[in-house]
Design a binder for this molecule. Structure first.
Ligand SMILES: Nc1ncnc2c1ncn2[C@@H]1O[C@H](COP(=O)(O)OP(=O)(O)OP(=O)(O)O)[C@@H](O)[C@H]1O
Ligand SMILES: [Mg+2]
Length: 500
């Protein structure tokens, strides 16, 4: 039975961008329906319309055969629709149970806490979602927080669950667990809509896929009847190379970055780096693997100058930079791409301002003013090279799709031609073609002699690009070696703290 029917959905944003040109979409009871498309294709927009967050310019929506019109998500929630974002909507300082209570109390003010608890326990039993109800949300790993979001949807009687790139914050094991739960929910008759860029995930878990390209629906197909390559072609209307050839090995040059016995505490005063040593040479990519939260972020921040170590040294080109502020480090040739684009970009500013944010010092003209002419050139260069859409440098960053924001964030640091690049999760939320593009750029930078520290939870990415790999676990380097010395299994074990 069809649970969702969307007909002729058009969306023109207030600034005139046409995100959807009359799209039809339908999903059935008991299916996992993938939604695929390049960055900016309109996936999030289509689903936000279904969830009542934004209104279509034209078109109609039917839920269980009945025409609906929402004023806001609350109306959609009443129709049994739930949407789960990458950034969770839980109150971090409250317990799981209190979060669930809050979610229910907004639609049913008379419900009691013990009723909520009973319902939550029943649902946990039925679905197998492992969730500690009495734990404070912020102390839970991302994968568990996501389960809480799902439970929150279920407890509000959601029948239609939309997940927008749910796996990008998860470890491989957590992805596996999420997929198990989604399969179980599907067997209970739920409709699940999954937005993802990972073709392998689409193949692994969806029953049907709908592909969007530039606001137009390309088609809906049965997953079992298409290959990954065919899906990629539907997305971009041309052949995409899915394997990246490593360039012939170049001889790494001299050491550009050295970390000696680095100790760092987090904001709560807990040790998060416990004596890290590492060395990066010119023309070398060092991959940093590990489950999120094992010190990688703090390592990157310490190198960028955003976090003070209390012991140890950071040496750039034989110069001790441990005490320098971030801007001075940028000037000396360190570039840093943070893992979260929320931290790296200013949403209320346009592409031009964001393009020069970390290198303003090199745009100051003779009279002490920023040379905006050159800044525009840089922005246009990034837009062109990284295929950012819409290609208008005056677009506000908050109006770009997630993947286009990511391309801007990476492009900005790569065009600076740094000495050392520290890059975290460079391809998070980026479509297949742009992922290959960014990876190629990293390899190109390497062949030009840049030393690269690549922090990524995507193991394929780490293996594909790195010359050497280090694995971090609880603030320490638990394993290290040349890439050929690692198998996926060995990496997985090390990431779990098991050193052979
Ligand atoms: N609030 C907004 N205002 C103006 N334009 C927007 C807004 N949100 C999205 N857009 C534009 O609408 C188009 C579709 O964006 P959308 O976020 O739906 O893409 P997407 O398919 O989810 O991409 P991604 O894979 O990068 O997340 C893009 O061109 C984007 O720049
Ligand atoms: Mg999106």
């Amino acid at each position: 039975m069809k649970t969702i029917e969307m007909h002729g959905i058009r969306k023109i944003y207030p600034d005139g961008v046409i995100a959807l040109h009359g799209v039809d979409f339908e999903a059935e009871e008991g299916e996992i329906h993938g939604l695929l498309g390049e960055n900016g294709a309109g996936k999030t927009t289509l689903m936000r319309i279904l969830y009542g967050e934004i209104r279509p310019t034209e078109g109609e929506i039917k839920v269980l055969g009945r025409r609906v019109r929402y004023r806001n998500p609350r109306d959609a929630i009443k129709q049994g629709i739930a949407m789960i974002y990458q950034h969770f909507s839980l109150v971090p300082t409250m317990t799981v149970l209190d979060n669930l209570y809050l979610a229910l109390a907004t639609i049913n003010p008379r419900i009691t806490r013990s009723e909520v608890e009973a319902r939550a326990k029943k649902l946990i039993g039925e679905t197998g979602l492992k969730i500690p109800l009495d734990k404070v949300v912020e102390e839970l790993p991302a994968g568990v927080q996501q389960r809480v979001e799902i439970l929150k949807a279920l407890i509000r009687d959601a029948r239609i669950l939309i997940l927008d790139e749910p796996t990008s914050v998860l470890t491989p094991l957590e992805v596996e667990e999420l997929f198990q739960s989604l399969k179980r929910l599907k067997e209970k008759g739920m409709t699940i809509i999954l937005i993802t860029h990972k073709l392998r995930e689409v193949k692994a878990i969806t029953d049907r896929v709908t592909v969007l390209r530039r606001g137009v629906k390309v088609g809906t197909v049965r997953t079992s009847e298409v290959t990954e390559a065919q899906l990629a072609r539907m997305m971009v209307a041309r052949d995409v190379e899915l394997v990246l050839e490593k360039p012939p090995g170049i001889q790494p040059g001299r050491e550009v970055l050295r970390i000696e016995d680095l100790w760092v505490r987090n904001n709560e005063g807990v040790n998060v780096l416990k004596g890290v040593n590492l060395s990066v040479r010119e023309g070398e990519i060092i991959g940093v693997a590990g489950v999120q939260g094992n010190g990688q972020t703090e390592l990157a921040e310490a190198i960028a100058g955003l976090r003070r170590p209390y012991r140890g040294r950071i040496i750039l080109d034989s110069r001790d930079i441990t005490m320098l502020d971030p801007m001075s480090r940028y000037k000396l040739g360190i570039s840093y791409v943070p893992e979260s684009r929320r931290n790296g970009l200013i949403h209320e500013m346009n592409l031009i301002e964001n393009s020069v944010l970390t290198s303003t010092y090199s745009y100051i003209g003779r009279y002490g003013f920023i040379d905006w002419g050159r800044a525009v050139e840089t922005a246009l260069k990034i837009i062109r090279e990284y295929d950012i859409n819409p290609p208008n440098p005056y677009t506000m960053v908050k109006h770009l799709s997630g993947g286009n924001q990511q391309k801007l964030l990476v492009g900005r640091e790569l065009v600076k031609k740094p000495r050392v690049l520290v890059v975290s999760e460079p391809t998070q939320g980026v479509d297949v073609a742009s992922t290959e593009f960014i990876r190629r750029k990293l390899l190109e930078l390497k062949t030009r002699g840049v030393g690269i520290l690549l922090i990524s939870t995507d193991l394929d990415e780490v293996i594909q690009l790195s010359d050497r790999i280090i694995v971090m676990y609880e603030g320490r380097v638990i394993g290290e070696g040349r890439t050929e010395e690692f198998t996926l299994e060995k990496l997985g074990l090390l990431m779990g703290g098991v050193s052979a």
